[in-house]
Design a protein around this ligand. Structure first.
Ligand code: FAD
Ligand code: MLT
Ligand code: ZN
Length: 475
């Protein structure tokens, strides 16, 4: 809270708490005098008039609205939180104190698509699934996919540098995004919206905005390189009795499936229990300690099936897998994917969830889950491990009846220290947002964070952009 007030004061602003119960509790203990609710309320209503006027006069929303809003907020020192689909898992997209929320929901137009190069140019508020549908009709696909595809915006995906289910095949957004346009806090427009695959003229400024979580400006449009839609897709769900076998399956996948491998995900028996219990999904295999979901995508069905069969034979003969099932039709493919993609949803139905998104050397992934399980014992309802095996990305989730400080102190700093000790990252793909901001030092040196603070200061000198998220304040 102290940091919060300091940040407000440095923007020349007093805070406007409207939703945070803890803050209200804190304010009741004697700090009311510092607030000027009236003045901020009138700022917010002036802004909403500005929005309504602009939307009414310009139904085809352009970045100009963001320019005006940024200028307005910058002049008055008003904090701003950009919001896309609001699917952030680290509290990045929600205003927690006095921030004004700026949504990209109405910026949902495709600007152009080049069906020779596969370069798609679109506004930031396009929903990922809608883009995929648009491209599918033209024989292309988006280079990223994630469970939240029906809600998340492509601008939000860039702002978080989302990884997802096909990073193994198509690489990170840092490679597939060709250009972007962003409105900076002072209302100026940074135009880096080109669609070139090669461009070595100076610093690559778009990279600063990829993964910046709304702290440097609002991404309003982008250009992204899309691959051809694969005409043949197969999915196999395999059961393994030990995590060492999961690793052997992964190695065999890379060896045997090579260029057609498009996803390699894993989940443990606890993850399976969650989707069975809360979503009534059916496990087509006998109970196993671990499950690996392997997807192949290519352009020749017969060739891919042959490769997959050889892989499966080897996996069974070598004793890596104890059971398995293969899907080639769309319905079964989707039901196998649901077992993996819907774990997040099932966990939320189990109780309060402590979520960790970690990357580390792949052979270490499950040791952390086992140690955590032993550590928390019966104080947790479930200790669940799943993730993007191919990317060395573990999602460790601990569910409990409710949030307790005792459980929290059993988990933190233990999980972060363990990850740091094994040279991992404490946020592989979800970002830091509000929840993990102050843990940045487990994965970044003081020197690196200092440069981030300087970059933020340069682009956002008044500190209005998502001020309580991602980058901790300078000491
Ligand atoms: P929001 O949640 O609205 O915002 C996220 C952050 O980006 C915030 O800090 C916000 O301020 C900022 N932001 C949003 N839009 C802009 C903009 N236009 N300009 C500047 N800043 C902006 N993540 C993964 O990486 N991989 C997964 O596999 C994955 N699976 C998920 C599955 C489920 C079921 C859920 C609920 C979430 C999952 N996520 C995953 C997390 C989340 O979906 C991603 O982080 C996603 O990229 C967020 O997009 P969004 O549009 O919802 O952004
Ligand atoms: C996933 O891979 O399912 C997501 O990143 C969401 C999560 O971690 O729960
Ligand atoms: Zn994930």
């Amino acid at each position: 809270w102290k940091a919060f007030f300091t940040r407000c004061e440095s923007r020349g602003q007093t805070p406007f708490p409207y939703s945070h119960s803890k803050l209200f509790g804190f304010l009741q203990s004697g700090l009311e005098a510092r607030l000027s609710l009236g003045s901020l309320k009138s700022q917010v209503s002036a802004l909403s008039v500005l929005f309504q006027r602009r939307i009414a006069t310009k139904p085809q929303l352009k970045e100009s609205l963001y320019v005006e809003t940024s200028m307005y907020c910058n002049e008055r020192g008003l904090a701003v939180t950009p919001q896309g689909g609001n699917t952030s898992l680290v509290g990045g997209s929600v205003p927690v104190f006095d921030e004004i929320l700026i949504s990209t929901a109405l910026m949902d137009q495709v600007i152009s698509f080049d069906d020779v190069s596969g370069a798609l140019v679109c506004q930031a508020g396009c929903v990922l699934e809608s883009l995929n549908q648009y491209l599918g009709e033209r024989g292309y696909t988006m280079p990223l996919d994630l469970g939240a595809k029906g809600s998340c915006h492509i601008g939000g995906n860039l702002a978080t540098n989302a990884g997802g289910l096909r990073l193994l095949r198509y690489g990170s957004l840092r490679g597939t995004v060709l250009g972007l346009e962003a409105v900076l806090p002072d209302g100026s427009v940074l135009d880096c919206l080109n669609s070139l695959r090669k461009d070595n003229t100076g610093y690559d400024l778009k990279q600063l905005f990829i993964g910046s979580e709304g702290t440097l400006g609002i991404i309003t449009a982008l250009s992204i390189l899309c691959p051809r839609k694969p005409s043949a897709v197969n999915v196999a769900l395999l059961g393994c009795e030990h995590f060492s076998k999961v690793l052997q399956v992964f190695t065999l996948c890379r060896d045997q499936l090579g260029e057609i491998l498009s996803a390699c995900e894993f989940m443990d028996s606890e993850s399976m229990r969650m989707v069975q219990t809360h979503l009534k999904l059916i496990n087509p295999l006998p109970d196993n300690a671990f499950y690996v979901l392997v997807e192949t995508s290519g352009s020749c069905g017969k060739h891919d099936e042959e490769k997959l069969n050889i892989f499966l034979e080897k996996a069974i003969d070598s004793g890596f897998v104890t059971s398995g099932t293969v899907a080639t039709n769309q319905g079964k493919i989707m039901s196998l994917w649901a077992l993996r993609e819907r774990i997040t949803e099932a966990l939320a139905l189990d109780g309060y969830v402590f979520k960790y998104d970690l990357s580390m050397p792949v052979e270490k992934l499950y040791a952390l889950v086992e140690e955590t399980r032993a550590r928390v014992g019966s104080s947790a309802l479930g200790v669940v491990g799943y993730g993007h095996l191919g990317d060395g990305n573990l999602h460790l989730n601990i569910t409990a009846k409710s949030h307790t400080d005792t459980l929290l102190s059993a988990l933190e700093p233990f999980v972060y220290e363990w990850t740091s000790k094994h040279h991992g990252s404490i946020s592989a793909e979800h970002g830091l947002g509000f929840k993990k901001r102050d843990h940045i030092y487990y994965s970044k040196s003081r020197g690196a964070v200092h440069i981030m603070q300087q970059l933020k200061q340069m682009l956002d000198p008044k500190g209005i952009m998502n001020p309580y998220k991602t980058i901790p304040p300078a000491d």
